[in-house]
Design a protein around this ligand. Structure first.
Ligand code: NI
Length: 206
């Protein structure tokens, strides 16, 4: 089982939260793999997001620049995830259907934190299970480490047995809405229903 937490603020406070300029989050590891997202003042120099070079399901290199002009909705997870990742991506896919024309301005991206098992073919198949809009991305261990660091994503292998594939991935679970200029706009709770997610996104996407 994977440990996933998403202690971002409650949806009820979303309107207020999203209005706060320069929202900055820090990740604190507590206990065994627990993660808490803190929102608060923005220490200078702390950013969320940044340039990345990854590989798509067709084995082609894609970078953050390829998505300029579109909003990105980025989720970090892994295809072998037993529960939270598929549930979240289902909600994203359903939210896209509910967004109407605004969905055309938004590109959902699934970035794996398990590049060892999540080859381009695997992420392609996994993402396709959530409809044609979600794009799956993988990369080298170093590329994934870089993008995860930029997005303040926590992930770690959790051994479940002696075999090479006997592990799950602990990972933080939050969606990142990035603007057409690539800048961070707001976190979106990964445990929202599709309706809640669509409503939150509709407010933030122009
Ligand atoms: Ni997961």
């Amino acid at each position: 089982m994977s440990t996933e937490t998403d202690e971002t603020p409650q949806p009820g406070g979303a309107g207020r939260l999203y209005g706060i300029l320069g929202l900055v989050m820090a990740v604190l590891l507590i206990g065994a793999g627990g993660v808490i997202w803190l929102s608060g003042g923005s220490p200078p120099g702390v950013t969320v997001g940044g340039p990345f070079a990854l590989t798509n399901g067709d084995g082609k290199t894609v970078t953050d620049q390829d998505f300029r002009g579109k909003y990105m909705l980025i989720y970090f997870g892994y295809s072998f995830c037993p529960d939270v990742c598929p549930t979240t991506l289902s909600a994203v896919a359903d939210a896209m259907d509910k967004l109407g024309a605004k969905a055309d301005r938004l590109q959902p991206l699934f970035i794996t934190v398990d590049p060892k098992r999540d080859s381009p073919a695997v992420v392609k198949q996994f993402a396709a299970a959530f409809g044609p809009r979600v794009q799956g991305l993988t990369g080298s261990a170093a590329q994934i480490a870089t993008v995860a660091r930029e997005y303040r994503v926590y992930y770690a292998e959790h051994r479940t047995g002696p075999g090479p594939d006997d592990y799950t991935m602990d990972h933080s679970s939050v969606l990142y809405l990035m603007g057409p200029n690539g800048r961070f706009i707001a976190p979106i709770r990964a445990d929202m229903t599709a309706d809640q997610m669509a409503a939150a996104l509709a407010k933030l996407i122009s």
